[in-house]
Design a protein around this ligand. Structure first.
Ligand SMILES: [Zn+2]
Length: 328
């Protein structure tokens, strides 16, 4: 039989393409055991290896393989940026669903929004309820031009915006992938016509390593239960990180003072509010193996509500750090 029926390259190419797009590598083993191969047959094996390793596929001279893979990517709208938010194993998503082969978690896209929400942290999941109700009314954002600047950094790059809220940056640069854990916020972004939206927790991002050139986190690190874990995740998925972080002053007893003032003046806005000292940001970035290239201030003034009326000097103190880091 073996001598009478030789390997058929077009049959192997078709079966191999099915294996590749379904995340199996059996075709590689099959081809490795064959004596009688040719360029077309080796091309399907190489395609399978490249696909598994997240590399660009070189189809060589095989026009059949090229046509089949091109058709399959169109047909299934295959998406290769997702990973399981829990175990980080790479996930091949179809147009509407994805499943982790390792932990069997499944994820769906509904109403144009991918749901990759994985919330093991109790503090985070508790704060989600407050954020969801806060996003029932319009959140608003700075009107000083900072969002125009951030969106221009994003343009032309593969960019992800962590905790994108109602999509204020995405409205200016629609190619950005916006990540947010409040569905109410994302629904609002969606209603404004924003396309690339993912419901996920910043501490457990559903993307593969190095999926993005740039990750932006604008004014949200201070609202996370674990800013270190959030930075580690940003470092995992992106090369360059642009951070705007609410600033804590490097003064003794500052957190106690802030607590007293916040309670006294009743100016707590969000469930978690913990501005960061420069030394804390520096430590977190270093531990994530990131080099700090730019560090400075965003000129948005400190806003202590009623305090400013009493002490107008606060009006001249910038409220946020502006940091750009790069993966070593
Ligand atoms: Zn998993």
């Amino acid at each position: 039989m073996n001598t009478l029926i030789p390997l058929d390259k077009s049959w192997l190419t078709r079966v191999g393409a099915l294996d590749v797009i379904n995340g199996y590598s059996d075709i590689e083993k099959f081809i490795a055991n064959q004596k009688d191969t040719n360029d077309d047959i080796l091309a399907i094996r190489n395609a399978s290896i490249s696909w598994r390793n997240n590399e660009e596929i070189n189809v060589g001279e095989s026009a059949t393989l090229y046509r089949i893979l091109k058709f399959a990517s169109w047909k299934f709208k295959l998406n290769k940026i997702f990973a399981c938010p829990k175990c980080k194993r790479e996930i091949l998503a179809s147009e509407i669903s994805a499943k982790c082969q390792n932990c069997k978690l499944s994820f769906k896209k509904r109403g144009g929004i991918w749901n990759f929400l994985y919330l093991p942290n109790r503090i985070t999941s508790k704060s989600l309820k407050s954020y969801d109700s806060m996003h029932k009314i319009d959140f608003g954002g700075p009107i000083d031009g900072s969002y125009e600047i951030l969106s221009s950094i994003a343009r032309g790059n593969k960019t992800v915006d962590i905790a994108c809220g109602e999509g204020l940056i995405e409205r200016l640069s629609p190619d950005i992938v916006g990540v947010e854990f409040s569905i109410n916020a994302l629904n609002k972004a969606r209603a404004k016509g924003i396309k690339n939206l993912v419901l996920a927790d910043a501490h457990y991002l559903p993307f593969r390593e190095n999926s993005f050139d740039v990750a932006i986190s604008s004014g949200n690190l201070e609202h996370f239960a674990d800013p270190k874990l959030a930075i580690d995740e940003m470092a995992r998925i992106s090369k360059i990180q642009v951070l705007i972080v609410h600033r804590e002053f490097d003064l003794p007893f500052i957190r106690t003072l802030r607590k007293i003032m916040t309670n006294l003046l009743n100016i707590k806005h969000q469930p978690i509010e913990r501005p960061l000292k420069w030394s804390e940001i520096e430590t977190i970035l270093k531990k994530a193996n990131l080099d700090i290239v730019f560090k400075g201030f965003w000129t948005l003034p400190v806003n202590y509500g009623r305090v400013i009326k009493l002490l107008p000097v606060f009006n001249n103190i910038p409220s946020c750090f502006f940091v750009i880091s790069i993966k070593k």
